[in-house]
Design a protein around this ligand. Structure first.
Ligand code: FAD
Length: 287
């Protein structure tokens, strides 16, 4: 099913979707099997879509395609591969699009990707909007894009960032998935500003249940995301108590999602980090 149909949701319950990543150093396939056993547990919440991240420069392309096939064939859920263009030339992009169309994938999350540390980029497609325009011209794929409630970390300004998002929408993006955030005010403000700029497609909040303090600090710095002061204080105080951190993270996400659902968001997209426990507990509470 394509994104238009998934989010053309006439009942009021939000569409549930998950993000997973191809496990690293999975020599004997055990990590992949573990990922699928976690996803099976999450399937009881009837997700409409599972997205699979794409490694910088396509490092995990084969594994990523295998995961996509298994999501479709074993879990019977719509897969959505992510794809980044920053280090890839047109020929490779064309080949990749052909390989996903051969396995009847209908959706794609089109991204620029992070600029590699060595600065080695391919100039064929400089921004996600260039990639989106190309995919729209060459394929029937239904396209999603990334959005940043607190602004992208390289953005000249918040206003400019939204102007570029508008370009992505004008080139055929059907749905925006947001960067993780912890303060819903940023999301509501972002949606308002997008709507004022004429972006009228679903903007789906990306939710990260916190399960590890160090990982959170790293992600928040990398993604330029505010950790609310009270949350930071509590997490710092209990940083060595992993059970406490996970419990707090789950409770925090329940409240965060509850508020989003009250405001009629069209969907909730969970950054699962390939684990089922936190997301399962959150969804059990919400549903
Ligand atoms: P762009 O939309 O190209 O934006 C990048 C920067 O350029 C922004 O600052 C923007 O303001 C500016 N800009 C945009 N268009 C223009 C233009 N036309 N002219 C001038 N400036 C412009 N990364 C991965 O490597 N793999 C993944 O699987 C992955 N999945 C993600 C999923 C989600 C939901 C999100 C939110 C992010 C994901 N990322 C992933 C991270 C993403 O690749 C980085 O945030 C990257 O730095 C920007 O990608 P983008 O598609 O938003 O780029």
């Amino acid at each position: 099913m394509n994104l238009e149909n998934i989010y053309f949701n006439t009942n009021k319950t939000p569409v549930i979707s998950y993000e997973v990543f191809p496990p690293k150093n999975d020599i004997d396939g055990q990590k992949l099997n573990h990922l699928f056993s976690e996803l099976k547990k999450l399937c009881i919440f009837k997700p409409s879509l599972i997205s699979v991240t794409y490694g910088a420069g396509g490092s995990n392309q084969n594994q990523s395609l295998e995961i996509i096939k298994r999501i479709k064939d074993e879990l019977l859920v719509n897969p959505m591969p992510h794809f980044t263009c920053v280090s890839t030339d047109e020929k490779n992009i064309k080949n990749y699009l052909e390989s996903i169309s051969k396995i009847n994938v209908e959706n794609i999350l089109a991204l620029r990707g992070d600029i590699p540390e060595d600065g080695n980029v391919c100039k064929d497609f400089e921004h996600a909007s260039d990639l989106i325009k190309y995919i729209k011209q060459k394929t029937d794929l239904s396209i999603a894009a990334a959005g940043y409630p607190e602004g992208h970390r390289e953005a000249v300004s918040f206003k400019k960032d939204i102007e570029y998002l508008k370009l992505k929408a004008d080139f055929g993006t059907k749905v925006v998935y947001t960067q993780l955030f912890f303060n819903n005010v940023h999301y509501f403000n972002f949606v308002d500003e997008c709507n004022k700029s004429g972006i009228n497609i679903p903007i789906i909040p990306g939710i990260l249940p916190v399960t590890n303090f160090k990982q959170l600090e790293k992600m928040a710095t990398l993604c330029k995301v505010e950790i609310p002061a009270k949350m930071l204080e509590i997490l710092e105080k209990h940083k060595d108590d992993s059970d406490y951190i996970e419990k707090y993270g789950i409770e925090f996400s329940i409240k965060q999602c509850d508020e989003l659902v009250q405001k009629n968001v069209k969907g909730l997209h969970f950054y699962t980090l390939n684990k089922s426990n936190a997301v399962s507990q959150i969804l059990s509470e919400l549903m």
